[in-house]
Design a protein around this ligand. Structure first.
Ligand SMILES: [Zn+2]
Length: 296
């Protein structure tokens, strides 16, 4: 029994710690290279953890994932200001997700063999890819609410992880994944050229399309699951055109203000919402073991 529970418990603890790191990445990645109040630039390790309200350094015993939040009652020890609930949610979600992925792979539901509940070589490689995918997706989800334009680096990491996972054909043949990514970039280039030619006024950066998080999100998804989501580039084109269109008509157009039932944040950021859809899609496809969704 212990042999069954121990790996899951360890994965839960690992998930807590990774969730804590995800909070750091989601908070600091948009700040990297910005000057800090104490001199020097932000990076993922500098400056050490400090209270966002009063900048007091946080001691390690107040920095234990999940536990510290519960022990401190959701308030900082230094100035008694509320600590954002999302830190706790991300850590908890990461812990549960990590344990659940381990549980699912160790009981081997896709092969439909008897539950084994033991780590072995055949479940370890899929476990590593499953965790890498979901940790990246959680990082993206955590960033999306406030910094949807700063997700580029994480999507590019995810793209390479997808290609690497398919070196051994985890979900698709590598050739299929590479061709899908290349076609996606070609589509992005053509779309950017058309938008620049017919819709943009004034000078434009012709290579800016490459820094579009939604293009990178689409490419990353194709790197993992190739033709299973061959229709995804259509979503990318639609979202890009919708973003261009809203930029041109909002905020002057009264008609849009009156008729739109969508919250302002959603209307302003179609790219953010579209990235959220790609995140959900990638996770769903992993749970379906890369089988195409019944949408196509
Ligand atoms: Zn404080």
């Amino acid at each position: 029994m212990l042999a069954a529970i121990l790996p899951i418990a360890l994965l839960f603890v690992l998930g807590c710690c990774v969730g804590s790191f995800i909070n750091v990445v989601a908070y600091r990645l948009p700040l990297v290279d910005a000057p800090t109040s104490s001199g020097g630039d932000w990076n993922l390790a500098w400056p050490p953890s400090q209270c966002p309200q009063c900048q007091t350094p946080i001691p390690p015993w107040h920095n234990i994932p999940m536990l510290s939040y519960l022990m401190l009652g959701g308030r900082s020890a230094c100035c008694q200001q509320p600590i954002g609930r999302h830190y706790f949610v991300v850590e908890g979600l990461c812990a549960v997700m990590t344990a659940l992925i381990g549980l699912v792979l160790m009981t081997d539901p896709w092969q439909q063999t008897q539950p084994a509940l033991l780590l072995n070589a055949s479940s370890l490689i899929p476990l590593i890819w499953g965790l890498a995918l979901h940790w990246c997706l959680l990082t993206l989800a955590a960033m999306l609410l406030r910094h949807p334009q700063h997700t580029l680096v994480v999507w590019q990491c995810l793209l390479w992880l997808g290609l690497l996972s398919n070196l051994s054909g985890a979900f698709r043949a590598l050739a299929e994944a590479v061709v899908a990514v290349a076609l996606c970039y070609a589509l992005g280039f053509v779309l950017a050229a058309l938008v620049n030619r017919f819709l943009h006024k004034g000078p434009s950066d012709r290579l800016a399309f490459f820094a579009d998080p939604l293009l990178q999100a689409t490419a990353a998804a194709l790197a993992w699951f190739g033709s299973a989501i061959g229709w995804l580039p259509i979503v990318y084109v639609a979202a890009t055109l919708a973003t261009v269109a809203t930029k041109h008509v909002a905020p002057q157009s009264r008609a849009i203000k009156k008729s739109s039932a969508l919250p302002l944040g959603v209307r302003r950021n179609i790219s953010g919402v579209s990235q959220g859809i790609v995140i959900a899609l990638l996770s769903a496809l992993w749970w379906l073991n890369g089988e195409p969704l019944p949408l196509w």
